[in-house]
Design a binder for this molecule. Sequence first.
Ligand code: HEC
Ligand code: HEC
Length: 324
Amino acid sequence: MNKLKPIYSFIVILILMVIIGSISFANVSARDNPQEISPVSRGAQIYDDWTSVVSDAAIPVGNHPIWSRQSNNTISGIDTWRCVVCHGWDYQGIDGAFRSGSYSTGFPGLLEASTKDQSTLVQALDGSSDAQHNFTSMLSDDEIESVTAFIQTGLIDDNEYIDIVTRKVTGGNFANGKEKYEQVCSSCHGDDGTLATFRYEGTEVSLGTLAVQDPWRFLHRTRFGTARAPEMPLGYELGWTAEDGRDVVYYVQSSLPTGFEVPTNEPMEIEPVDNLGGPAQNWFSGIVTAFGAMATSLGFAILLGALFVGIILVLVWLLRSRRA
Ligand code: HEC
Ligand code: HEC
């Protein structure tokens, strides 16, 4: 019996390693989707950029087949597959902000489609209406359902809130916008909106600049977020009305620094809301985090290999000591 003791403790250690390893695996995947969001917001983010928010998305090569029906907009590749690039941040396509300029494609908007029923919208997306407009190999049924939910209930008519020529918010409530910005946004974006910078037309710009240059994109992302900020609170999930979103754009547009200056700050560090898999807070999560890092690297493969070799050795040893 005494002979077996070291073997038992070896086995116990192996089991502990496996358990800790799988806890950290669970943490790694929990971080992929830190916020539970409604299908409408999910659909809105798919609309913005499904190539970034759909996990394991089959990213098509080359341009979207419909892209060649126009020649004005010269972008190419993966972006041509994004709904927003063809249909617009204001959901109005040819009738809205994309009616002219380099982003213009001549493709239709979706405001009218928002009154159509679910099955008609699905037919628009599965190739039944137009064989080239088929997203079924890229989006799951659930994801297509989220997009149709967004089209049916998430779209707003931006012309009610933003002047299409001056790009200025019309009829905003400054006090409401300021209050909401200070409560929800300034912790990450800074009181003056320059804590983080955003890529816009090849330049790094501040939040204020973005609100002036592209208030439609600003409003959409304030309501529904963006793939690059999974931890950013979403207006829609906070129960904000479209007017609340407009007021925040209004406040940022009218009182934060703007212009195409290049802020000197580095892109901000992203702090996850939950500490799942985040920086170590105590020795246990330290160990968990360490194993999490190993799990995502070659280290874990080697660990697994060693584990199996270990188990085989133990079995051989046990069998031999029994016989002896
Ligand atoms: C390459 C450009 C392009 C992309 C990308 C694109 N669409 Fe379209 N979409 C069109 C065009 C053009 C039409 C008009 C009908 C047709 O020719 O297919 C259309 C039609 C539609 C319609 C039907 C509109 C109506 O009034 O019945 C819906 C709904 C729609 N698109 C949603 C989407 C969604 C959601 C995505 C992203 C998953 C998307 N589209 C991506 C170009 C595009
Ligand atoms: C938890 C931190 C956090 C909070 C709070 C937050 N944001 Fe963000 N936001 C981010 C990050 C991170 C990005 C992505 C930065 C990047 O693109 O690198 C972002 C991006 C954005 C963008 C998109 C910019 C673009 O490229 O189009 C807008 C607009 C925006 N935020 C507005 C807001 C507003 C308005 C609020 C308050 C309602 C807010 N944010 C609150 C972290 C936050």
